[in-house]
Structures are given as C-alpha cells and as structure tokens.
Design a protein around this ligand. Structure first.
Ligand SMILES: C[S@@+](CC[C@H](N)C(=O)[O-])C[C@H]1O[C@@H](n2cnc3c(N)ncnc32)[C@H](O)[C@@H]1O
Length: 257
C-alpha cells in the first residue's frame, strides 16, 4: 500500500494527540534502545526523543516516502526501512512504541507477544490503534466499494481492514509475559472544517487501500460517491464545522524488573 507523508501530515496535530496520550503512560525507561515502529513522518519519534533525550532511538517504517520525511524532520536520528510483518525484534529494548500501525497487520498479536519477550527488564511496549471500523467514516468506504458502479472495479478483493481482537484477548495473551498490562479505549472528537475534511483525513490512511485497488480512471468517481455519503452522515454543527468521532485502543505492557 502506498503512503504519502504530505497527505498524512495534513492533520498532524489531531493524529499526534493519541501518541502523546500513549507516551504519557510510559514509565521511566531502563537502559537500552527505544524503537518507534511504523514511525511514519517522525511525528511520534519526535515525541519519544523529547521525553527520553538520552535513550538511543531508532525509527522503523516500511515506506520510503515516510522515512524520507522523518529523516528531514529529525536530522541525525536513525531511521530504517523494514516490513514489520517480517521483522525480528532486537533483544534488550527499553521501549517498543507503535502509534497507529498495528491495525494494518492482521496477525499483530503474535508480534506483540514477541515484542514483550524482547524487552529488557523494566522495559515497556506501548501501542495505540484506531478502532474505528464501525464509524460512518469507515463503514461508508466499504458501502461505496460494494455499490454496483464500483464492485467490479475492485475485482472482489477484500479491502476492509480486519477488526481488532477484543481487549480481553490482548490481556489474556500479554498478561502472562508482563508485570503490568493496561488496555483502554479513548474516543476522540475532532471538529473539522467540513465533511470534505473528513475525506481528506481518511485519504491519508483508511481510504488508501481502496484508492490503491481501484483503476486510476475510477478513483475520482469513487471519491465523489464516498464524499456524498460522508456529507449526509456528518451534518454541520452550530458553527458550521463537522464532528469526526474516532475511537482508539491503547495497550501498555511493562516487563518485570
Ligand atoms: C498511520 S502512520 C503512523 C505514523 C506515526 N507513528 C504516528 O504516530 O502518526 C502508519 C505507518 O505505518 C507504516 N506501516 C504500515 N504497515 C507497515 C509494515 N508492515 N511495516 C512497516 N511499516 C508499516 C506506514 O508506512 C505508515 O508510515
């Protein structure tokens, strides 16, 4: 799937807020390196650097456009290209931080177990994932894709992200490996300028697989049909703006010292 750093950073303040909230729950780190997994354009990496300036820090991402943006933002920091589905976590890490990446990896729970195993004593794994597949923003991408006008163009490919496992599943799998595991949801409410801003927001993330799967000459029509549904689903508030409801799941696991 192709990413665009320029599209992603259009809503950088809103997208970085959950990374701040996640980092606020990370306790002081033991010795060892920190890794920002799915570092994107380096926004989450910058927060980690500010909080833990003396910890060696590496950003990992699978997309060259994102890595280039991250390297420009944080000169001198190490950024490496890797596909997290095939990545072996290095032993003795102080922190694995993953903001808004594992929702794209259907079998991520196996990797989360390996990450906790690889932590140094007292180290932390901190993960946040959008849990928004049942929001109109995402239901309507799929509904539009299934319309007669577009279904053929997708050639029956399954585009919809796989729903996240339940909070109970994360706890059951991770608790035996850690001294403390916390799992919680936060629902963010983002006032945005217009329904079109919601379309622009998801063009940087959730809509990408749909647009990538469509032939180039069908994308404009698909976007127009989706945008029309979004306008109906997100009516204007009193001040003319619209409200994007955005639930996210957080997991913090701290290894025994
Ligand atoms: C939504 S961005 C998150 C960026 C940043 N962490 C933040 O807090 O805003 C998700 C990032 O995960 C990366 N990504 C998605 N799947 C990946 C994979 N299998 N391996 C490595 N990186 C991946 C994408 O390239 C993208 O930069």
């Amino acid at each position: 799937m192709a990413w665009s750093a320029a599209q992603y950073v259009k809503f950088e303040d809103e997208r970085t807020r959950p990374a701040r909230d996640l980092l606020a729950q990370v306790p002081d780190l033991p010795a060892g390196p920190a890794f920002d997994l799915g570092c994107g354009p380096g926004n989450s990496t910058q927060l980690i650097l500010e909080r833990f300036p003396s910890t060696p820090l590496v950003g990992i991402d699978g997309d060259e456009d994102m890595l280039e943006a991250a390297r420009k933002r944080l000169l001198g920091l190490r950024f490496e290209r890797a596909d997290l589905t095939a990545w072996t976590p290095p032993q003795g890490a102080a922190l694995f931080f993953a903001n808004a990446v594992f929702q794209w990896l259907p079998k991520h729970i196996d990797l989360l177990e390996r990450l906790v195993d690889a932590l140094a004593p007292g180290g932390t794994m901190a993960v946040q994932m959008p849990d928004n597949l049942d929001e109109p923003s995402h239901l309507l991408m799929q509904e539009t894709a299934e319309e007669r006008a577009f279904a053929g163009a997708f050639h029956g490919r399954a585009i919809r992200r796989v729903p996240l496992p339940s909070p109970r599943t994360y706890l059951e799998r991770l608790a035996p490996k850690a001294a403390k595991v916390e799992v919680w949801h936060t629902v963010y409410y983002h006032p945005l300028a217009s329904a079109n801003a919601i379309v622009e927001w998801v063009k940087g993330t959730g809509l990408r697989p749909y647009l990538d799967a469509l032939p180039a000459n069908r994308r404009k029509d698909y976007l127009a049909a989706y945008a029309e549904k979004i306008r109906r689903a997100y009516p204007a508030m009193a001040d003319g703006r619209v409200l994007l409801r955005f639930p996210r799941l957080f997991i913090v696991a701290v290894k025994a010292r």
